[in-house]
Design a protein around this ligand. Sequence first.
Ligand SMILES: Cc1ncc(COP(=O)(O)O)c(C=O)c1O
Length: 365
Amino acid sequence: MPPTLLETLATPAIVVDLDVLERNIARMAGRAREAGVRLRPHAKTHKCPEIARLQRAAGAWGLSVAKVGEAEVFADAGFDDLFVAYPVVGEDKGRRLLALADRARLAVGTDSMEGARTLARPFRDAGRSLDVLLKVDVGYGRVGVPPERAAEIARRIAGVPGLRLRGVFTHAGHGYLAEARAAVEEVARLEGQRLTAAASDLRAAGLPVEEVSVGSTPTAPAAMRVSGVTECRPGNYVFHDASQVALGTCGIEDCSLTVVATVVSVPAADRAVVDAGSKTLSSDPLRPRPGGYGQVMGRSSRIEKLSEEHGVIAVAEGESFRVGERLRILPNHACVVANLHDCLVGVSGDRVEAILEVAARGKVR
Ligand SMILES: Cc1ncc(COP(=O)(O)O)c(C=O)c1O
C-alpha cells in the first residue's frame, strides 16, 4: 500500500483541507449576501494571496489587513481595495500608504487626532487625501474611542487636511471570552447596535458615514444582520480552530487547518511528546477557557505543555501513542499558526493539491 499523506509529509507541517476551506469561504460569503452587507475578510488570518483569491471569487469585497506591510504584499498580488483595520501611526507609514494609494483604493483605521495627523501629512503635501475609518470600542477595551465620544472625535479628524472620513469600524474581540453561545450572540448584537448608534451620531453632526464595519468570526453572523451595518470583516472563519469549536462557532468538521506532527518520545504511559512546540502551535491559550495548547484529532488527549520544539501530550485514560506515529493536532488559534510557517500544504482528502505561500508572513511593520 502506498504511504498516506500523513506518513509522507516532513513534520511538523501545516495542512489545510481545501474542501473544508472552500466550504467555510462559501458559507460566510452566503451569510453576507443574505444580510446585504459587503464582506471584507481579514487576511491576517492566512496571509496567503491564493486564499484571498478564493475569497474574492466567492464575492468578497476587498480585504482587511492589520499592517501596512500586509497591504503592500496583497497590493503586489493584485488586490486593489484594502482596509488597514488598525490605528496606524507614523509619517513613515503615511509615506508608504501614499505610495500604495496609486495602486489600490485604500483606507486605514484611526482612533486619535495625534495618530491621524501623522498619516495626513504626506497626503496633504502631495495634494491627496487618505480615507480613514474611526475605530469605536464596543466593549472589548483594547483600542477605539467610546461610542458616546465618536461624533466629537470624528468631527476633529474629518477636519484634518489630507484625510477623508469614510466611516466607523469596530472589532468585538471580547466575544472570545463569552462562555456560552447566547453570550456571544449578545456581544454581537451590542457590537452592531453600539456601532450603528455611533454612526447615527456622526450623521446627526453632519459627517459623512459610508461604511459601518463590524467583524470577528464568532460575532459575524449576528452582528452583520444588525440594521445599519454595511460591512463585515471576519478573518479566522477560513480555518477555524479549537477555540472556535469551544465557543460554539463551528463544529470540528469545519476546521480546515491542522498541524501534522510526529511523536518523538513516549517517556511514560501518561506522557507523549511531539515535534511541534510553541514555534509551531504558538502559545496562545484556548478560548473562552484555558485548556491546553492543541487537541489531538480523533482522540481525547490534548497538548498540555509546550516548550519551543516540544509539545507534551497528557495521554488520556485508555489512549496510547508510539514513537514515530504521526498525529493531526487542532491548534487553539489558527491565525498565529499560519504566521509561524512559510507555507501551508493544501490537501484534498489524502492528496497534496497545492503549496500555499504565506506571503505576508511576518510583515509586522
Ligand atoms: C480589527 C479586527 N478586525 C477583524 C478581525 C477578525 O476577527 P476574527 O479573527 O475573529 O475573525 C480582527 C481579529 O483580530 C481584528 O483585530
